[in-house]
Ligand binder design. Structure first.
Ligand SMILES: Cc1ncc(COP(=O)(O)O)c(C=O)c1O
Length: 358
């Protein structure tokens, strides 16, 4: 079996042992004579999976008792809408930082629900960057303050988080569990699972429980955080197989350890940025102060060379390096499960490509 180096931004590479275990127990889940795909979400087999993944995340995030773990459908985009639907009450203002393409989508949804104040805007900055925590012009009495901790398309990442009076809310889709941080400073964190957690279609939500009570009775029951909180994400049939994969991935993350992953992530990104900076042939698109450890974005001297780069790297088993269709260029997504050897292979390829085409 030949596994390629998958630099895709999401759905993204998963740990091989997660895939292999899922494969091994797909048909007969732990001697039950049924697949986990066929088990009731109320049965003891699935319940054990559900309980374990919640417990694993509580450990990994060092989650305080004040916060709950939820699994919600509709990915991170669902949360763009559900968040203001629940937390942006009538007559209130929500503060949003505008750091690029994903922040823009969150802002767009919130504006449908209520009043939004853009408290810092770096969306047009060249090189790309996220706001500095001290740049935010916060609204007194805001319902919450929203940040996008890692802009997957722009390749930028918040290196420290702002201190806010209002609950701090983060879209952590593309850098969740890539580094240790203090969850208690956040009112709510959400992340599409398809980068560092598991398969697509699910959002992991960490919510301070008191925030779930804020919701207006006009919000349909299904779209209330309180519904899923009260029912431990089992209000309706959850995406059981996806949550099972998240459980396996969370085991792997616990085994490797968050500190180790953080060190490895910085080493992987550091190698690529060092190569980008080595001669000036490659040009990083993100400001050095906030270069992402997860999505490394760069350009070549021309679009023709970029096309050649993508084609030739792909032929050598390095897939998914094409930048997002909106910005072009090259993007190497190197999430937790991306092997360090794949980064070494890309660095070697970059050197050789420059030697031949520079
Ligand atoms: C930072 C960020 N937020 C939100 C999303 C949207 O996630 P989903 O496709 O799960 O709705 C993505 C997807 O790549 C993302 O990178």
């Amino acid at each position: 079996m030949a596994r390629v180096y998958n630099f895709g931004a999401g759905p993204a590479v998963l740990p091989l042992e997660v895939l292999e275990q899922a494969q091994a127990e797909l048909v007969d889940f732990r001697g039950s004579g049924m697949s986990i795909l066929e088990h009731s979400h109320r049965g003891k087999e699935y319940s054990a999976v559900h309980e374990e993944v919640v417990a694993n995340y509580r450990k990994l995030f060092n989650l305080p008792e004040s916060h709950a773990v939820l699994f919600l459908q509709g990915g991170a985009s669902g949360q763009f809408a559900m968040l203001p639907l629940n937390l942006l009450g009538e007559g209130q203002i929500a503060d949003y930082t505008h750091s690029g393409a994903w922040a823009s989508k969150a802002i767009k949804e919130a504006k449908i629900i209520g009043q939004v104040n853009i408290v810092a805007d770096t969306s047009k900055a060249v090189p790309a960057r996220v706001p500095r925590p001290d740049e935010l012009k916060l609204t007194p009495g805001a319902a919450y303050v929203h940040i996008t901790t890692n802009e997957t398309i722009g390749g930028t990442q918040w290196k420290s988080f702002p201190k806010t009076e209002a609950p701090l809310v983060a879209d952590m889709s593309s850098d969740i569990l890539s580094r240790p941080f203090d969850v208690s400073q956040f009112g709510l964190i959400y992340a599409g699972a398809q980068k560092n957690l598991g398969p697509s279609g699910i959002a992991l939500v960490l919510i301070r429980k008191d925030l779930a009570t804020r919701v207006s009775p006009k919000v349909p029951v299904f779209f209330r955080y309180s519904t899923h909180l009260e029912e431990n994400s089992l209000y309706n049939t959850p995406p059981c197989f996806g949550i099972y994969l998240m459980m396996l991935y969370s085991r792997w993350t616990l085994k490797v350890g968050l500190e180790n992953l953080y060190r490895q992530n910085r080493e992987k990104a550091g190698k690529l940025y060092a190569e980008i900076d080595r001669t000036g042939y490659y040009r990083g698109t993100a400001d050095v102060s906030c270069r992402s450890d997860m999505n490394v974005t760069f350009r070549l001297p021309s679009e023709e060379l970029e096309e050649k780069f993508i084609k030739e790297s792909s032929a050598q088993g390095m897939k998914g390096l094409k930048g997002h269709r909106v910005v072009g260029g090259i993007r190497a997504s190197i999430y937790n499960a991306f092997p360090p050897a794949g980064v070494d292979a890309l660095v070697a390829f970059m050197k050789e490509f420059e030697r031949k085409n520079g």
